[in-house]
Design a binder for this molecule. Sequence first.
Ligand code: ATP
Length: 372
Amino acid sequence: FTPWEDSTATPFIEFQNVTKRFGDFTAVDNLSLKIYEREFFALLGGSGCGKTTMMRMLAGFETPTEGSILIDGQDMHGVPPYKRPANMMFQSYALFPHMSVEANIAFGLKQDRMSKADIAARVTEMLRLTKLEAFGKRKPHQLSGGQRQRVALARALAKKPKVLLLDEPLGALDRKLREETQFELMNIQEELKTTFLIVTHDQEEAMTVADRIAVMDAGKIMQCATPSEIYETPNSKFVADFIGDINLIEARVVSKSEDGTIMDAPRIGCRIDSSQTTTVSVGDTVWYAMRPEKVRIELGETETPEINQVGAEVWDIAYLGDVSIFHSRVGEAEETSLRSTIANVTRLVERPLTWEDRVTLSWGRDAGVILS
Ligand code: ATP
């Protein structure tokens, strides 16, 4: 399922050069984006980057200052929220406290004057979909947070919108419930084949649920790609830093050829040979971004630093259960230069590494990406 790779595919949702200003402040900055039918799409970014504003414009609660938004080929300019084929599930859930779960789910259907029999059938279907069969007669205050979240989801889906907009939908849930609910959301989306657009600041959540992610900063999309592309080949220092743990090594380009790029990394005291060809020039300063799990760590310090290899000393170990991250002090570094060194994830060492062990860190030619 990769419609975005097909240049002839018709997008289901399209932002065309959309700008949103609040007074002098630009919340969304000339942004274009295509989302495809049946896609589970995530807008990911820190607080204030403009992701909620994007969603509110799509739902019709805000109007773009410039540009157009199309849903299913139709320009949404002037179309009120209730006439759009999109429905939004709010972070606060906004359930009616005095109504039962069933009545909450049925609310929008009644407003649409659906027949009683059809409403009953649809409510039953939604209760099943969200695993709430046993809770139909309860009031929201008689439910757990996770159950309330599912009622909000069932209500948002009851009208079978073509697009479901989810604004930080799992924000109020604890970690374990969040993870379970992420998988439920994916199953529900799979079953309904509805286009889901989720707004989140939680990168793990975006990586788990989404087919594609747009990473936003200051009203712009920094990168729009699949979770694995964003993780493996971030296109900028910002994205590399924002997603997961990464070593960002400052380096200078020494030479380049069709075969790759050689860099000098004085702060870690070695040369970096990368298989990546790059448009940057010899002499330019770049960042070499390398995930910790791409760095091998071995007991025993190498005598002479080589290409893609340095001696180091373990100075901090973060035990995370499935992995441990080793922070190693590289070379003769003073305290001040420790932070820019190599982190590592490893289980394959002869004996458990411990603090102050002398180690050798090494990596392959395709371990990282060069970012200018
Ligand atoms: P968060 O995760 O904190 O909700 P966000 O990325 O969703 O952040 P938005 O809600 O889209 O951010 O807001 C983007 C920027 O626009 C923020 O700086 C916010 O203060 C500003 N903004 C949003 N709505 C308005 C408004 N109605 N009037 C003025 N400024 C606004």
